[in-house]
Design a protein around this ligand. Structure first.
Ligand SMILES: Nc1nc2c(c(=O)[nH]1)N(C=O)[C@@H](CNc1ccc(C(=O)N[C@@H](CCC(=O)O)C(=O)O)cc1)CN2
Ligand SMILES: Nc1nc2c(ncn2[C@@H]2O[C@H](COP(=O)(O)OP(=O)(O)OP(=O)(O)O)[C@@H](O)[C@H]2O)c(=O)[nH]1
Ligand SMILES: [Mg+2]
Length: 476
């Protein structure tokens, strides 16, 4: 499980890795059956984390942490001198066979914040300090227990709000992103070696790889890094959820639709046109995707009501932020031109649903006969639920396009590096075609190799580590 420890440029770490750290690993401040406190630290002149616990934890047989076997649950008491604090389960992990790679332990106590507080206070008095956010995972990374991408993925796994995000996080931790980049990097390294060799034999005019071979490598790296960057950006836009704005003429059944999707009466429904004034937001999961639904004020051009006009303005704003604009037509009345109600320029994908198909107007019925349900128009009834499976399928099809299948969650700095590599590849290709000096081309290639090492965490800096691990919660 252990890999080569990374190279960290600049050693200005904000916190010392020699410290003994501790933190709650479960939600702090909440009551639960059990709470977990973890601690970690490498042994040094003042002994190990286990000897530091000597006056805190004892088993009924009178054994202290330093005398216990690793990786076994030990029952015992935590006490502060004569004062009993809690009876707990204690786990000891001996470095390097631990999550952090250091000597570490877990205390599983009763899940009361008062007890957690008391145990932490006791640990602080016995040589531990509170861990920084992400410090356990940071240590695991520094000790070569996980790659940087896998460490990043830990935060994503905890943060994921949908199955979609969870899957993307798993892809990041499984290392396909990393191994893909390492393979691209090794082909660039071969290319750089060739270019440098050409430099050495420049007078003899020996080419080590043909121009086409070199261009093919550059183009492959460009294509793949650009795709990774684009996919990550597309994924990022729906990470917080896919926004679906339900819009349409007043009384079309927008609120009824929201309520049916949610399975409860969230929005007020009435036969009075203009019932919904301000938009209403609700969250749900559709086929593994986190969706934010917005029920909006009906759009009409001739409203004289000041509040309704403000509501309509807000609807238009919302459409501008939506991924999907679900336009609801009232199927019980003759079709009217609805698209004119929408803002002309919107990045949102348009999906039209004709509601009230349980009492379809003759003209709609004729249209339906001519062109039955298709990907752009779906007939539904918010009253009976007819057409909802087709609606769900249409949502799923659009989100599948919005969310690339093999995307991984990346940070802004990583997307920037990927874009930089792609652009270096383009300029290197141009230099090659212009028969420029190999050293100029080698320079671009070398820079791209460095970018790749940063992306996979082979090389890192305190700055990058700070950015990654500060996003974690304490205790992770
Ligand atoms: N109680 C508890 N549950 C947990 C964790 C934890 O730290 N404690 N984890 C923490 O995030 C996750 C599991 N991840 C872990 C990863 C590595 C090791 C570990 O001890 N690794 C050793 C031995 C591996 C082995 O036995 O093969 C090693 O890498 O050498 C432990 C947990 C999720 N569940
Ligand atoms: N028959 C039938 N009636 C429906 C259907 N959906 C909604 N209605 C009725 O249509 C009326 C308007 O429904 P709402 O959900 O309030 O419509 P809305 O689009 O939110 O209206 P505003 O908020 O005013 O813009 C109510 O009387 C609903 O009961 C449907 O599928 N079939
Ligand atoms: Mg409404």
């Amino acid at each position: 499980m252990t890999q080569k420890a990374p190279t960290i440029l600049s050693s200005k770490a904000t916190t010392s890795t020699a410290d003994f750290i501790c933190a709650p690993a479960t939600v702090a401040g909440a009551r639960s059956a059990i709470a977990v406190i973890r601690g970690s630290g490498a042994p040094g002149t003042r002994g190990s984390v286990f000897t530091a616990l000597a006056n805190i934890f004892l088993t009924p047989a009178g054994k202290c942490a330093a005398e216990l076997t690793a990786r076994v649950a030990h029952y015992g008491n935590i006490s502060d001198g004569d004062e009993f604090i809690d009876d707990v389960l204690f786990f000891r992990f001996d470095g390097p066979a631990s999550f952090t790679g250091e000597d570490s332990f877990e205390i599983h106590c009763h899940g009361n914040p008062l007890i957690v507080r008391a145990i932490l206070t006791l640990l602080y008095r016995h040589g531990f300090r509170s861990a920084e956010p992400g410090e356990f995972t940071r240590r695991a990374y520094l000790n070569g227990k996980l790659g940087l991408n896998a460490a990043q993925a830990v935060a994503e796994v905890i943060e994921a709000r949908s199955q979609l995000s969870l899957k993307a996080a798993h892809r990041l931790s499984r290392g396909t992103f990393r191994s893909g980049l390492l393979s691209l990097r090794s082909s660039l390294m071969n290319l750089a070696a060739d270019l440098n060799a050409e430099l050495d034999f420049i007078d003899e005019d020996i080419a080590f790889a043909t121009l086409d071979t070199k261009l093919a490598i550059l183009s492959r790296v460009e294509g793949e890094t650009q795709k990774l960057a684009d996919d990550a950006q597309r994924f990022d836009s729906i990470r917080g959820g896919v926004n679906i704005a339900i819009v349409g003429a007043p009384n079309a059944g927008k609120s009824s639709l929201l309520n049916r999707l949610l399975g409860h009466e969230r929005s007020i429904v009435s036969d009075i046109a203009g019932t919904t004034r301000d938009y209403i937001e609700a969250e749900l999961e559709i086929q593994g995707v986190n969706v934010r639904l917005f029920d909006t004020a009906g759009l009409r051009e001739d409203s004289g009501d000041t509040i309704e006009i403000i509501g309509i303005e807000r609807t238009r704003e919302l459409i501008g932020r939506a991924h999907i604009c679900l336009l609801i037509a009232d199927g019980s009345i003759a079709p009217t031109e609805l698209e004119t109600l929408l803002p002309a320029e919107t990045p949102a994908r348009l999906l039209v649903a004709v509601n009230k198909c349980d009492m379809l107007h003759a003209e709609w019925a004729n249209r339906r006969k001519d062109s039955p349900d298709n990907n752009s128009v779906i007939y539904i009834s918010a009253l009976t639920g007819e057409g909802f499976p087709a609606l769900m399928q249409a949502f799923a099809a659009i989100t599948a396009e919005l969310a690339p299948q093999d995307a991984v969650p990346l940070s802004v700095w990583q997307v920037k590096l990927l874009n930089e590599i792609a652009s270096l590849m383009r300029s290197a290709s141009n230099l090659l075609r212009d028969r420029e000096l190999p050293e100029l081309i080698a320079h671009q290639v070398t820079r791209a190799i460095d970018c790749m090492s940063e992306l996979t965490g082979e090389i890192s800096s305190e700055d990058i580590l700070g950015r990654i691990f500060s996003r974690f919660c304490i205790g992770k």
